[in-house]
Write a protein that binds this ligand. Sequence first.
Ligand code: TPP
Ligand code: DXP
Ligand code: MG
Length: 631
Amino acid sequence: MKNYTVLNRINDYKDLNKLSEEEINTLIEEIRDYIIDVTSKNGGHIGPSLGVVELTVALLKVFDPETDRIVWDIGHQAYSWKILTGRKEQFRTLRQYKGISGFLKRKESRYDHFGAGHSSTSISAALGMRKAKDLQKKDSWTVAVIGDGAMTAGQAFEGLNHAGWLDPDKFIVILNDNQMSISPNVGALYTYFNRIITNEVFQKSRQTLKEIIKKVFGESGAKLARKFEEYVKGLFAPGVIFEELGFTYVGTIDGHNLPELEKTLENVKKMRGPIIVHVLTQKGKGYKPAEQNPTPFHGISPFDKITGTPIKKVGTPPSWSKVFGQALVELAEKDSRIVAITPAMKEGSGLTEFADRFPDRFFDVGIAEQHAATFAAGLSAEGMKPVLSYYSTFLQRGYDQVIHDIALQGLPVVIAIDRAGLVGEDGPTHHGVYDISFLRAIPDIVISAPKDQQELRNLLYTALYSDRVFAIRYPRGSAIGDKSEGFEKIPIGSWEVIKEGKEIVILAVGKYVQKAVETEKELKKYGIKPTIVNARFIRPFDGKMLNQLLKQHHYVVTMEDGALNGGFGSAVAEYIMDNRFSNELLRFGIPDRFIQHGKIQQLEEELGLMPVQMSERIKEFITQRSYKVVG
Ligand SMILES: Cc1ncc(C[n+]2csc(CCOP(=O)(O)OP(=O)(O)O)c2C)c(N)n1
Ligand SMILES: CC(=O)[C@@H](O)[C@H](O)COP(=O)(O)O
Ligand SMILES: [Mg+2]
């Protein structure tokens, strides 16, 4: 660690109250510098974390994390929390394999009171904690810190609704409003927050009217003035939404003014009932490139600290997201029925160009995965062609809507599932490994995975003109294959033989088709020549081809980047059993445990999913069995 004058000599938050004002200010600067330094090497959520350094210090000065509970929503902004709660040194290992997590985790620290990664859970969790403390007759504070983006989700309002009803004491929601989600925030609520912040003219005129009343009615008018203020507050006051839900609204507070923050929180501690404190912060505060360009600095890969430019390998192929976005633009140019929907993930999902080109047909619905699905269903019901874009992990939130609002009603919707498979440094909250298992249970749905760029384009085209509920899953990172163009329909359910071999057949899904090809090269060294099949449709199966393959090969190997529990391999096992085949099956995929964070390759190595490892395992598998492969 650098020679930080204050940070180096404090051990944790307990030292904060020993520091002078000047030392605290230096500490805040040093924490920012440390965050910039580490994220420039490891990548991470720099913008959100730089925005809440003062807020973190204030919370740790005013509350006691040993007894009080602070629940950070998502946890992507909690880097200074980590640094000040005993992980100063480990912070250098942020997001690295076996290092500390980029989010908060109960197993990582006793000060991580609630783990997250997905948004908008903080109010519900904090309310549960508050209630538990009440029932246990324990006297402590519970604080949820939630961003303006996270506040757009239904679950946040479910929590507020319940809290307003329970009316708990010692329960605070801090709304950390930086007017940004990953992109600029959206929605009527955002407009409302914006009005609160910018309505200075109204604030001023309210004050002037109060003064006039006092002047006209003298001292006896003070009461009237107060009544007037209450009345006006009821009509227009900031935070009236929250007040109506039973919260006391306090705001707005400058989130970069530590004394103001501390004073406000101390005052709030004297109040009863649930309280909402509206704090204004700036994303990326203290680092010019991030202040000027908050969207890319929300979460960034390693970058040059001086210029803020991401360090990227030259000549890397486009990402799967980019290939998807480009293909969608080309198709939308020709068909005005095509619309795109994202729950707050425009950039990451490759939809920026679509949004610019077709603003009327692009919908960022906020962090509202459930609404996104039902909204798509509505669009489809009226003859539009919705493409519902999700990260696999966030699609988990919209599962019921996919079943109940889309599939059950047979409404054609294309579900583009990005970040399917292991995602790397974001870790277990974000790995997209369950979608195959949970979608596979839905009747009539089509689930597909392209082996390369061109196949992604073709599947998208097929999906849009199929009149089916059609999911296409593809992973994070660079796409496989050469530059792609044009579109071709693929018969739904058809598989593709990539290489003919004998006695062993490898059925691979998505990016694992390439891994299967590499595994085959390794196996050749042992004289083993498997057949390789691109199982591009996970559902429906290519029954005709599979029947033949099962007859022609004794050993069947499946490869996928989804959970083994209920995944593609499970589907093949069911098929073998149900159709009374006697093949022996070996499945590669994500085992029955939560996979931690690290580079995708490191995680795949840990799981034995590299071609060399898989070839060893296949060789071992067939040599253990009585059925002998003749090379
Ligand atoms: C359920 C869910 N959907 C989407 C995301 C992706 N995501 C992570 S942070 C973020 C923006 C959050 O905005 P806000 O709560 O205002 O926090 P900020 O980053 O501005 O501090 C989004 C959309 C998520 N983590 N969880
Ligand atoms: C915190 C969060 O959920 C997002 O910021 C996520 O980390 C984005 O992931 P990508 O980097 O894969 O877009
Ligand atoms: Mg925000």
